[in-house]
Design a protein. Structure first.
Length: 228
């Protein structure tokens, strides 16, 4: 009888020991799940930050009306906006015009070409500025128009283009008149000068002319006139 009680007691102790081990395993698994969840959350945070940075790059562009030498609505990257605005509003601009009259029997035709000299108050260091296709690295001559494209590019790959008008501080006009027969024989010749600029005529055929404005051998603007 005593042996039977001893066997029963051993069995009860074994069951209790096994039950305790099982209950200990449960919390350990729960702790492992909690760590895995925390690791997943911290991994997603950099992804959200990257998304915010991309969004800020997309909206980092400003537009406002400017009124100086250049006027109109300027669009530019926000990090260089104030510098670009001051540069364009304080630019020194001089306009040169060439009026060519071609006459003959029952003939009276004319064309006017323009060139714009731009002297910046400073050379930008944080962005590149291009005016009507020509980079602004100092004094530059560009073709003149009622609306001039101004492109701003930063090192971060942001590029904006605005159509602006120019109010020149000085205007220098020159004019000349030629008989068509005489002009036909002046192919490649300089026919007018305006300060540091030269106007050349190129004859494609009698009565069909191309006029080009040059500064130090570089073409600034051009236009064609056909009188036949």
């Amino acid at each position: 009888m005593r042996h039977l009680r001893a066997i029963v007691l051993v069995l009860v102790l074994m069951v209790a020991f096994i039950s305790g081990c099982l209950s200990t395993t449960g919390p350990a698994q729960g702790t492992s799940n909690a760590l895995e969840s925390s690791s997943s959350t911290s991994y997603q945070t950099p992804g959200e930050q990257t998304g915010n940075e991309t969004s800020s790059m997309t909206v980092a562009i400003g537009t406002t009306e400017i009124n100086g030498t250049f006027s109109g609505y300027l669009t530019a990257p926000s990090n260089v906006f104030n510098e670009a605005r001051r540069l364009l509003e304080e630019m020194n601009a001089t306009l040169y015009s060439f009026r060519i009259n071609v006459v003959g029997e029952n003939l009276n035709a004319s064309i006017t070409l323009y060139a714009l000299k731009l002297v910046p108050p400073f050379v930008p260091g944080d962005f590149n500025l291009t005016i009507n296709g020509r980079p602004l690295n100092g004094t530059v001559f560009v073709a003149y128009a009622d609306g001039i494209p101004v492109t701003i590019e930063t090192g971060k790959g942001l590029t904006t283009t605005s159509q602006l008008t120019v109010k020149p501080e000085q205007v220098f006009d020159v004019e000349g008149t030629w008989d068509a027969q005489r002009l036909n024989g002046l192919n490649g010749s300089v026919i007018l000068r305006n300060k540091c600029l030269e106007l050349k005529v190129f004859v494609r055929k009698p009565g069909d002319y191309v006029f080009e404005v040059f500064h130090n051998g570089t073409e600034i603007s051009s236009g064609g006139l056909e009188v036949d």
